[in-house]
Design a protein around this ligand. Sequence first.
Ligand code: DHK
Length: 159
Amino acid sequence: MQKPVYILNGPNLNRLGRREPSVYGTTTLAEIGAQCRAAAGAHPLEFRQTNSESTMIDWIHEAIDSGGGIIINPAAYSFTSIAILDALKMFPGPVIELHITNIHRREELYHRSHVSKVATAVIAGLGARGYVHALRAMLEMLAAAPQGPAAAGSQVRQA
Ligand code: DHK
């Protein structure tokens, strides 16, 4: 039984489509979710969004127990949350940090993500299409590591 890939979205991303369209585009989170489900095919997927830091941590704990990989757009929590970083440190599989925008080309406050310290990989600046690219990379990593998520995560982290 394949373990699900968790795609976790942080604060304000529920407003995508209407939120600063010149910065984040006009694709809604529901549309991104549908694109990811189509790209996942038969691979189980959990696609979620929360404005709550504690809920995000609860979902990471759930993924530690039953997930194969995590794709996370922590949004503003990227730059503020040690708690989310600490939770991700316990996840044995690959972690892909995703940002719709190129955070390094934005205001200074968006430059230093705590999550990047533990991420296997970071995707930033591809817009909404970044989600499907992250998912394809995740499925490749999991397929390449038949010994399971822990191996997939550590293999890449050692590479
Ligand atoms: C989303 C946010 O909400 C911001 O706080 C980040 C990120 C950027 C994004 O590009 O997806 O800075």
